[in-house]
Ligand binder design. Structure first.
Ligand code: MTE
Ligand code: MO
Length: 225
């Protein structure tokens, strides 16, 4: 197990045992170039897929020992986690204190037993969207596959039945209507990453776009993960 994975596992044990204190939130929470909004805007590719719960599936596969395809009941039977986090969109809005509930990415990574060579993750969605992040980023405590927002089922327009949130990255890194989570050895750019958005997407350094819109050398843009 890598150090990042081990550290995540130890944090998770503390959290589930009730010993962890809530993460301290920075007093200056607005990243550079952002402004605060009080309503939750909706952004998509012009399609909002409607997936009935009895048809919903989440496949977790790639470089894992135990690939699984979860149905809704199986997904909901996993350990559930509540968190409050901020959303930062590359189009400059930030929404504070969003109350989410869902399954931690970490729990899914444990379930499928990722192989040591897995270093990147590609998320694929029911609307054809995709987005990628390093595994270490996905293992952060606040990364969830969320199905509940403000105590209610996540509305379709925000990615229900279930969406990914990666609060410390710009919001396009969180796949709404998530359908597949693929563990990869090499990074593979998703929808916006192929169209000039930054691969790393760190709001605190205004890491919005890739220099010149260039796709980093060595990226496989074609071919399905
Ligand atoms: N499946 C899917 N996920 C997606 C998108 C999308 O078009 N399709 N848009 C991304 C972008 S660009 C943003 S800013 C956030 C917006 O989430 P929201 O509509 O809940 O605000 O979802 C991200 N996840
Ligand atoms: Mo976005």
């Amino acid at each position: 197990m890598t150090n990042a994975c081990l550290a995540a596992k130890e944090r998770w044990a503390r959290k589930m045992s009730g010993l962890a204190k809530p993460a301290a939130r920075a007093t200056d929470r607005l990243p550079p170039g952002q402004h605060e909004v009080h309503e939750f805007p909706v952004l998509d590719l012009g399609v909002q897929p409607r997936i009935p719960l009895d048809k919903w599936e989440l496949a977790i596969r790639g470089l894992v020992a135990n690939p699984v395809t979860l149905n809704w009941a199986q997904f909901m039977a996993l350990p559930q986690f509540k968190d409050v986090s901020d959303v930062h969109c590359v189009t400059t809005w930030s929404l504070f204190d969003v109350a989410w509930e869902g399954v931690a990415f970490f729990t899914l990574a444990e379930l499928v037993k990722r192989k040591p060579e897995a270093a990147y993750v590609l998320f694929k969605s029911y609307d054809g969207y995709s987005t990628n992040s390093p595994l270490a980023v996905c293992l952060d405590d606040d990364v969830l596959i969320a199905h509940t927002w403000k105590g209610e089922p996540l509305p379709v327009e925000h990615g229900g039945p279930a969406r990914v949130i990666i609060p410390k990255r710009y919001a396009w890194k969180g796949a709404k209507w998530v359908r597949e989570i693929v563990f990869l050895e090499h990074d593979q750019p998703g929808h916006w990453e192929q169209r000039g958005y930054s691969n790393t997407a760190d709001p605190w350094t205004e890491d919005r776009f890739a220099p010149g819109g260039a796709i980093p050398a060595g990226w496989r843009v074609t071919g399905e993960a």
